[in-house]
Design a protein around this ligand. Structure first.
Ligand code: ADP
Ligand code: MG
Length: 355
């Protein structure tokens, strides 16, 4: 029944605000992981290891060998809007880092039990701290609320446990841990393909063999072969185009016209961010359907760079989507480039890209 009188308007409690906001930014384990991988890359890491329990719902852990976190910053690191990356709004138009809003760690601390162990290269020891709802909390009853010195390697280990323990509906909705692990693997492996200068591993905790294990400095093709298989890797053709006027540059690998696939595999990076862009995906898929005899689907790894000033990365809470200037023309150019390459392939003999 709707009340005939308006209810009074009140300001929500800070803790309610934070949990609602956190639920928007972190909608599932793979999102949290994406934020954590991006933080590790922002910290200049060349090695990133991921450990998972129960599809990331029980445990999501990421260890990197990046520059670490200043001990004096560990008090505020999990508060909302605390960042070392952005200072003024104008910085957003030239931002070179993945992060800028200072919301990821805060959000995770509002929906999980978070702990951070970090060591800077010139520090004698590592420091560890636990966080709940944005705040550093003592690690044992009666303990102080300061980071505690401990042993550790250079870099940072971030551990999120019991994700969504305080959002029961979300927890129930994500009970298919196999599915969540697949999404986690997808995020990790796509970042591994795009960052061939970084060694990535991803494993379920307790299993001897990592599901993802790329070597630092391996070629993109080697990583694609390892992750997506030799058949796809040997069918790839290289694509590349740039345009000074439209201010973009793009390169990548797509499966050749002779390679049959039933399901498309799409890896799209815009300015190094893993994103969804439906216009690009649709256009490339319909190109394959239209020119290939058996309505084959594409494998496509596309690395698109657009002048930062022309991109809006802040359109979506998870940063999963981005908008950019001249979208139609750029999408058209990408499709045209792939089309030309595939026709070339069809007329000449297809050749495999060599490592
Ligand atoms: P943002 O990435 O938008 O700055 P985050 O909440 O993701 O916000 O991280 C907050 C800050 O914590 C970052 O600005 C960075 O200084 C620090 N940080 C987070 N993760 C790492 C890491 N793995 N290594 C070093 N510093 C980190
Ligand atoms: Mg971040």
């Amino acid at each position: 029944t709707v009340s005939p009188r308006p209810a009074p308007i009140r300001k929500l409690d800070e803790s309610v605000i934070n949990r609602i906001a956190a639920g928007e930014i972190i909608n599932r384990p793979s999102n949290a992981l994406k934020e954590l991988i991006e933080n590790s890359l922002d910290a200049g890491s060349t090695s990133i290891s991921i450990g998972i329990k129960d599809g990331g719902m029980k445990l999501l852990q990421i260890q990197d060998n990046g520059h670490g976190i200043r001990t004096e910053d560990m008090h505020i690191i999990c508060e909302r809007f605390t960042t070392s990356k952005l200072q003024s709004y104008e910085d957003l138009s030239t931002i070179q880092t993945y992060g800028f809003r200072g919301e990821a760690l805060a959000s995770i601390s509002h929906v999980a039990h978070l702990s951070i162990t970090t060591k800077q290269a010139d520090s004698d020891c590592a420091y560890k701290a636990n966080y709940i709802d944005g705040k550093l909390v003592p690690s044992r009853p009666g303990g102080g609320s300061s980071p505690e010195p401990c042993a550790g390697n250079n870099g940072t280990v971030i551990t999120a446990e019991d994700l969504f323990y305080n959002i029961p509906s979300r927890k129930t909705a994500l009970k298919n841990t196999r599915d969540e692990y697949i999404r986690i693997f997808e995020v990790a492996s796509r970042y591994a393909v795009h960052n061939s200068g970084v060694a990535f591993t991803c494993r379920k905790v307790g299993t001897p063999k990592a599901d993802l294990n790329t070597q630092k400095g391996a070629t993109t093709i080697t990583n694609i072969r390892q992750i997506f298989g030799a058949k796809i890797a040997s069918s790839l053709v290289e694509v590349q185009r740039s345009d000074k006027h439209l201010e973009y540059e793009f390169k990548g690998y797509v499966s050749s016209a002779t390679h049959e696939m039933h399901k498309s595999i799409f890896l799209l990076f815009i300015n190094h961010r893993l994103v969804d862009n439906t216009p690009i995906k649709r256009a490339v898929e319909s190109l394959y359907t239209s020119i290939l005899p058996k309505a084959s689907r594409p494998f496509a790894y596309l690395d698109l760079r657009i002048k930062p000033q022309n991109v809006d990365v802040n359109v979506h809470p998870t940063k999963r989507e981005v908008r950019f200037l001249n979208e139609d023309s750029i999408v058209g150019a990408i499709v045209d480039c792939i089309h030309t390459k595939l026709l070339d392939q069809n007329t000449s003999r297809s050749f495999a890209v060599q490592d």
